[in-house]
Write a protein that binds this ligand. Structure first.
Ligand SMILES: Nc1ncnc2c1ncn2[C@@H]1O[C@H](COP(=O)(O)OP(=O)(O)OP(=O)(O)O)[C@@H](O)[C@H]1O
Ligand SMILES: [Mg+2]
Length: 253
């Protein structure tokens, strides 16, 4: 199976992790499984929105690879075993947390093992979602060089949308092939004035990125985060869920 790779990008705090969580919910509901969600942010928090405990991260495994291996095990086997242990298995999807990047003096060939292991692992999934921090370096580290869908999340401002355009362009130097790009405008005021709506559409046109969707600012999300409930348990009638699902229908169907 060749998985479809969906990567999330955007400036800090725009809603990448939120969008990733909503997308997991969508894919589960549409039975487009199995899904691998990769939290590629050094300050991992996708697990919090999903109410999952994180065990080992790839960053920790990479450190362990520097030390002595169990007798009779190659680094390859060790990495494989560790990654299997680090994967959090849920119904319909798995979560893998990248954790801290290499510090100085890294055992850099660990990245090669990681890339090889990812190649094997990837074949088990229908979709791989990568919640990135701004840089997106983890993608090449994981050997994910072809991105089927890059979703760039922006706040609802003209400047934010122009920044999204620049972020869309940094995939070039990283050597990534991006098949489809979409802009997601998040936290739009609700209700939105016709004037702001027109301004957003104007900025979107200038950005040259197709508009995937506009997600409303949502008290339900804030409430869910405060009470510590999983985003996967949000009701289907919640407006931000409806907006997100309609956008994903347009993008992926
Ligand atoms: N549509 C929305 N309505 C209300 N709150 C939102 C919405 N989208 C995101 N938020 C809130 O904004 C904050 C930042 O969102 P999120 O963590 O998804 O952004 P991010 O882009 O992943 O941030 P980072 O760059 O830190 O990883 C969170 O507290 C989240 O609950
Ligand atoms: Mg995030």
């Amino acid at each position: 199976m060749t998985p479809k790779v969906i990567a999330l990008a955007g400036k800090g705090g725009t809603g990448k992790t939120t969008t990733t969580a909503l997308l997991i919910k969508y894919l589960l509901q549409k039975k487009l499984t199995p899904v691998l969600a990769v939290d590629a942010d050094a300050n991992a928090n996708l697990n919090e929105l999903l109410q999952l405990e994180v065990g080992a991260t790839i960053g920790q495994i990479r450190k362990e690879l520097k030390g002595d291996l169990p007798p009779g095990m190659t680094r390859d086997q060790f990495m494989n075993m560790k990654i299997q242990q680090a994967i959090i298995e849920e119904s319909g999807f798995d979560l893998l947390v990248m954790g801290q990047p290499d510090g100085p003096g890294c055992y850099c060939s660990a990245n090669q093992y990681l890339a090889m292991t990812m190649d094997h692992l990837a074949a088990n999934y229908r979709y791989i979602l990568v919640d990135n921090e701004a840089g997106m370096e983890h993608l090449s580290r994981m050997n994910l060089r072809v991105i089927d869908y890059l979703l760039i999340v922006s706040d609802p401002s003209a400047r934010g949308i122009l920044t999204a355009r620049r972020i869309a362009e940094i995939t070039g130097p990283l050597g990534l092939t991006v098949k489809n790009r979409y802009l997601i405008v998040n936290r739009a005021p609700e209700p939105m004035s016709a004037e702001l709506d027109a301004k957003i559409k104007e900025a979107v046109q200038e950005s040259d990125l197709p508009l995937g969707g506009i997600f409303p600012s949502s008290e339900d999300l804030i409430k869910q985060e405060i009470i510590g409930g999983s985003y996967l348990k949000l009701g289907d009638d919640v407006p931000v869920v409806q907006a997100a699902f309609a956008a994903f229908d347009r993008i992926f169907m």
